[in-house]
Design a protein around this ligand. Structure first.
Ligand SMILES: *Cc1c(COP(=O)(O)O)cnc(C)c1O
Length: 383
């Protein structure tokens, strides 16, 4: 939480910027490590936030990396992650990205289609490498989350569907330079109710058995990520309940002793430690509502415009809870009507120049920033 006390530190930094609470990140990583079994392999999903200031902390906590592009692999390695800890997912890996990943000897490609398997095999032959692959399987489990971040249903573009399994193993058997080592699943993001994870375990158990019956002893089961955070109450639940999350897998997943379990968590590690800090430029009185016009917009944080996502908004220049509240629509400066951080937000009477914190913005915030309207690159600081 950023309060009036921080404003003196902020005054030398031009707004808008991301402020990261490093202590909270460290405590979150500690809680994660304590809750996970010692033999779990946890890969941090760089796409949630690839700021080097955070990556070094995450790497030092002992996590591996989950990447969805060649540049993310490069970023991970540059920041000290071992290539042998890198898993690489994505429905559209380019030849250049695959060749780069092969050259770095990454741990595993999470392969999303039969066609991709064949292309990885060709490129591995060309580069004289053996590619370790896991099949990204579409388990047809509903994550009950926003439709743009649900990924594990048949209608989604991700993964290989069960009706394709026979065809996949026929292809695998004839490919000389790919080695099938595991199965991968990722059902979606911002999953708060844990029931979908239980359903995932039950599906994984069936699929795991099916592959064994077909003669494939696969040593790696990767359960993806997606654990959600509390956007409504970022302070009462700053660290997610990792114990409850891992308990689902301990209770419901049936694996063989030789099998290793992998996870790929992003949002739940970094979301709460980041706030987008902005200043009020103007206050515009409307007929039914007053607009607070900020110097931050959808170019810095697109989640509200893209997914109708909720972020808690605070006036940290006046964060005395006693002050009477007024209703505002909090908007950015960008020439789009969707450039709105919140409608009917109750805040203390706000003035030009007040600092506004948009909370829980550490994941899918800075990484999705854009230069639309020729905006400056977004700045960031650690606190
Ligand atoms: C995005 C993604 C993750 C991380 O998701 P979070 O919701 O941030 O935990 C993990 N695995 C894959 C394959 C992803 O695409």
């Amino acid at each position: 939480m950023f309060t009036q006390n921080h404003i003196t530190n902020f005054s030398s930094i031009e707004t808008p910027f991301y402020a990261y609470d490093i202590k909270l990140l460290r405590n979150t990583l500690k809680a994660l490590i304590n809750a996970a079994s010692k033999d779990y392999h946890i890969h941090y999903a760089l796409k949630a936030n690839s700021n080097p200031l955070l990556l070094s902390e995450i790497k030092n906590a002992g996590l591996g990396a989950d990447c969805v592009s060649g540049n993310e692999i490069k970023r991970a390695i540059e920041n000290g992650f071992d290539a042998e800890s890198v898993v690489f997912a994505g429905v559209g890996k380019s030849d250049k990205e695959i060749e780069y990943a092969l050259s770095q000897n990454i741990f595993c490609f999470n392969v999303e289609s039969i066609h991709e398997l064949k292309v990885i095999n060709e490129l591995a032959i060309k580069n004289n490498k053996i590619a370790q692959v896991a099949l990204r399987i579409n388990p047809n489990v509903d994550a009950y989350t926003h439709k743009y971040i649900t990924t594990g249903l048949e209608e989604n573009k991700f993964g290989i569907n069960p009706y394709e399994f026979e065809a996949v193993i026929d292809v695998i058997k004839i490919l000389s330079h790919v080695k099938l080592i595991g199965l991968h699943f990722h059902i979606g993001s911002q999953i708060q109710d844990l029931t979908p994870y239980k359903n995932l375990c039950l599906r994984v158990n069936e699929i795991n058995k099916w592959f064994l019956q077909k003669g494939f002893k696969l040593n790696h089961i990767n359960l993806g990520g997606g654990l959600g955070i509390n956007y409504k109450e970022p302070d009462t639940q700053a660290i997610v309940d990792f114990e409850a999350y891992f308990a689902i897998f301990k209770n419901f997943l049936e694996i063989r002793p030789s099998q290793e379990i992998h996870f790929e968590l992003g949002r739940c590690i970094v979301a709460q430690c980041g706030s987008l800090i902005s200043k009020v430029l103007y206050i515009k009185e409307g007929i039914n509502t007053n607009f607070l016009i900020l110097d931050a917009g959808m170019t810095e944080l697109i989640r509200p415009a893209l997914y109708q996502a909720y972020h808690k908004i605070e006036n940290i220049s006046k964060n005395n809870s006693e002050i009477e509240k007024i209703k505002y629509d909090v908007v950015g400066p960008i020439c789009e009507s969707s450039d709105c951080f919140g409608k009917a937000v109750y805040l203390p009477k706000t003035n030009r120049g007040d600092y506004i914190a948009i909370r829980s913005a550490g994941a899918y915030g800075e990484v999705m920033s854009s230069k639309y309207n020729l905006r400056d690159d977004v700045r960031s600081v650690v606190v």
